[in-house]
Unconditional design. Structure first.
Length: 255
């Protein structure tokens, strides 16, 4: 990804259950400074309202730019408009079938088709169970095209004691996908931090101290104490001679 423009992520929301995945993705992308282009189908808008109590305007306010599904002339319908990835969350079996067969008959499926033809990352968070043979064949077709089928399924082998643990397990899998596409990510106590390029809290702290205080943090480590509370503080713990960690980072110690 070039440095001349912000990261761009296309987010699709369809009528499958699990609207929270798309909404959360928009919220996290905004926090990370990622430019988002939202395409929500009519059924997706209905389901966001039904499951989360949000209307269309509240949903669209979470995105940098919202596009109507019928606006096939929108920027994201063209491969010349460079984006970094597209995620459909949640993804219905109808949308999966359209993507699998190249049916770009609306902006959502056209944008997915463009993402595949430009060899960009496409993730479909399909929500359905049980699968029939058509579903399975469509998932195979999308996978063969280079897309990733990612049903948001929790794991129980680690004996989770809370919903938060289930969410954390899914987050780790999402991180693996982002990292495989060149995105550097870490998990904090409450969300995902992601960026393209060599960046972490240590490099950020050095920049802040240099720009705001006119000092070189790396030469003054004996004069500073760092207190960390999450997994993305690893680089800080490695550099600071005097540091303390709060109890909730204990689960990250083995990593």
């Amino acid at each position: 990804m070039g440095v001349s423009r912000p990261s761009r992520l296309i987010v699709g929301i369809t009528g499958a259950s699990g609207a929270v995945y798309g909404v959360r993705l928009l919220e996290r992308a905004r926090a990370l400074g990622v430019q988002t282009h939202l395409v929500a189908t009519p059924a997706g808008i209905l389901n966001v309202h039904h499951e989360l109590g949000l209307d269309r305007s509240a949903l669209e306010a979470l995105a940098t730019q919202a596009h109507a599904p019928g606006d096939v002339g929108a920027c994201i319908a063209s491969g010349s408009f460079t984006t970094d990835a597209m995620v459909i969350a949640p993804c219905t079996m109808k949308t999966l079938a359209a993507v699998a067969h190249g049916m770009g008959d609306n902006l959502l499926t056209r944008a997915a088709d463009v993402t595949l033809k430009e060899r960009r990352r496409l993730v479909l968070m399909v929500r359905e169970t049980p699968f029939n043979l058509a579903h399975l064949r469509n998932m195979t077709a999308v996978t063969e095209m280079g897309g990733i089928v990612f049903p948001p399924l929790p794991a129980f082998y680690h004996r989770p004691q809370s919903i938060d643990e289930l969410v954390s397990e899914t987050v780790e899998r999402v991180l693996a996908l982002l990292q495989s596409h060149g995105m550097h990510t870490t998990v904090s106590s409450i969300h995902i931090h992601g960026c393209f390029g060599d960046f972490n809290k240590w490099t950020g702290a050095c920049w802040i101290v240099r720009e705001l205080l006119g000092r070189d943090l790396s030469t003054e480590l004996d004069q500073w104490v760092f207190v960390g509370d999450s997994g993305n503080d690893q680089a800080m713990f490695q550099h600071f001679r005097h540091s303390a960690g709060v109890a909730n980072i204990a689960r990250f110690v083995p990593q």
